[in-house]
Each structure stands twice: as C-alpha cells, then as structure tokens.
Design a protein around this ligand. Structure first.
Ligand SMILES: [Zn+2]
Length: 317
C-alpha cells in the first residue's frame, strides 16, 4: 500500500471558524490514522479576498491545536512540492491549461454574470447553475467581435457521459457530466485560473491520494475526476464528511462570530476543542478533553455520521 497523503486546503479570506477547524481535523486524522502524511496548501487564488495575515493565522491556529503539517507552511521541512500557496503556482496552472487547450477540451465563454443567472436555468444538485453552452458554437467572426470589448473566460467541454466513483463515506456516486454538472470554468475572464483546475493540478503534483472534505464538494468530485483523467493523472480516493450546521439549518460560516477561532481560543484549550469535535462526530459519548493523538487513535470512518451535525454555539459556550 502506498503511503496515504492527505491535505487541508483552506482559503485565507478570514479567520478560521469551527467548520474550517473541523475540516482540518478530519483530513488530518484520516491520513494520520493510516500512518500517512498531511499537507497544508493555501488556496489564495482569489487575490481580492485573500490576505497573507490570514494565512499566518491559519498556520498559527493549526499549530495551536497540535496539527503540524508534514509539508507546506508550518511544517518543519517545507516540502518538495512547493510553492504551497496557489497564488505562486500560476505557471504550473498555465502549463496545464495549455494542454487542455491543445486537446480541444476548453472553449471561450463571453457571458456576463447577469447572463448566467436567469431563473429558468437548470441547477445541479449542489445548487450551481448548469451552463447552457451559449458560447460553445459561436462563429469565429462573432468571437473576434466579442473579444474587442470583453475578455473571455474559459470553460471545459464535458462529454455526455456517465461519471461514477465510490466515495469512502457516502458510497457510489453517479452523474451525467454534461447534463447534471455542466461545463465549468477553468480560467476566469480576469486571467486567473479557476478553483477546479488549480485543485486537481495541485493534488496530482503534490501526490495527494486521499481527499477528505465536506460533503458540499461531493458532486464537484465528478468534474475533478474527469479533469484528472483527461490530463492523465490518477484520481485520489475521496472521503466526504457531514457538514456542521447552526441551529437554523445554515452551514457554519464566518458570519457566526462566536465560532471564529479567536473567540474559541479565548474560551477553550486545544484538548477541549478536540474533545468537542470528537463528541460531535461520535468518537466519544460526551464532551471531555482529548489529545490529538487520542483523536487520531480513536478515529474511525464507520463511527462518523452521514447526516449533517447541528452545533448550538449558544448552548455550548
Ligand atoms: Zn458563455
């Protein structure tokens, strides 16, 4: 068996909150419980929203909790697959984009945001709008004219083909790529590469063979496995976990200030926070402190629920 290589790939667009830390802990424990490695990669492609000081805080919060990366920021040795900041990897993405372009797998899209959000447009299971392929068959003359006033984004052309993979936690997943998922961006009109392209290139180049993340990204794994295969890369194994929800049913987010890491660190010690997570995911019957090593030792995907988990911050703290 090859060594398991997992990763945590947060975006430094604010202070981490309980949901982010949960994601970090799940990916860490899954890899470490198999004797594997854990990489930290900073997904700072969105230059408008991401800030270096948030990256520093992410590292600080992870180390405070005892989650020391084997590679990437915060690790002792750095690692052989850098840079670990997506904002520094444009040349790598450009090379991959070039391959997609040469293979005829991408096409220009001139649509503006308002063109894409028509209420009649079909939606995928995760809520995103399925692109209607408005720009797929534009004549060369039309494109030339559009280019005079607009910079195109680039989309991948998905085949009318069934995609199947087995998630380690949610089982077999099936979707028709063209009909259920829709042609997605690989490059934005501002020239930046899109998340879907960057994430698969990074995982492949960094040797990541286990992707552990929230189940909101379960459907997008179809696009990612397609893109990986198209480029001749092997797809990692996927293991998605349930989401943490606030009592109103919304996903935990940065808006829940009481669950931001600065607030949590004022109230809890690292072992108390790890113990809380262990209790929330069913690794222990009540909330008592736990070391990170014990969390890893008791980690078992069979015990993790598939239903989302409600966290009532007001009742907890
Ligand atoms: Zn378009």
């Amino acid at each position: 068996m090859p060594t398991t290589i997992g990763r945590f790939a947060p975006s430094p667009s604010g202070r981490m909150h309980l949901g982010n830390i949960f994601a970090a802990l799940m990916s860490y424990a899954s890899a470490k419980s198999k004797g594997g490695k854990w990489i930290l990669r900073i997904e700072d492609l969105d230059r408008q929203r991401c800030r270096p000081e948030y990256s520093q805080q992410i590292v600080d919060d992870l180390l405070w909790l005892g989650l020391t990366p084997d590679e990437g920021p915060g690790s002792a040795a750095g690692g052989p697959h850098g840079p670990y900041f997506q904002s520094l990897r444009d040349d790598i993405y450009a090379e991959t984009f070039d391959r997609l372009q040469k293979a005829g797998l991408v096409y220009e899209c001139f649509c503006r945001r308002q063109d894409l959000t028509a209420s009649s447009a079909p939606h995928a299971s995760d809520g995103h709008t399925i692109y209607a392929r408005t720009c797929l068959n534009l004549a060369e003359a039309q494109k030339a004219e559009l280019r005079l006033t607009r910079k195109p984004a680039w989309r991948i052309l998905l085949p009318d083909e069934v995609s199947t993979f087995t998630d380690g936690h949610y089982g077999q997943q099936t979707a028709n790529l063209a009909a259920d998922r829709g042609d997605f961006y690989v490059r934005r009109s501002d020239g930046n590469f899109a998340y879907q392209l960057a994430v698969i290139v990074d995982d492949a180049m960094m040797g990541v063979n286990e992707v552990v993340r929230g189940r909101d990204l379960l459907p997008a794994s179809h696009e990612q496995t397609f893109l990986l295969r198209s480029l001749g890369f092997e797809a990692p194994s996927y293991c998605h976990f349930p989401l943490l929800l606030s009592p109103d049913g919304a996903r935990l987010s940065k808006r829940d200030r009481s669950l931001a890491m600065d607030r949590i660190r004022e109230k809890l010690k690292p072992g108390e926070l790890i113990g809380l997570m262990a209790w929330l995911v069913g690794l222990q019957p009540h909330w008592s402190p736990m070391t990170i090593d014990n969390f890893v030792a008791s980690f078992n995907w069979d015990l993790i629920p598939r239903e989302d988990i409600t966290v009532d911050a007001a009742a907890l703290f």
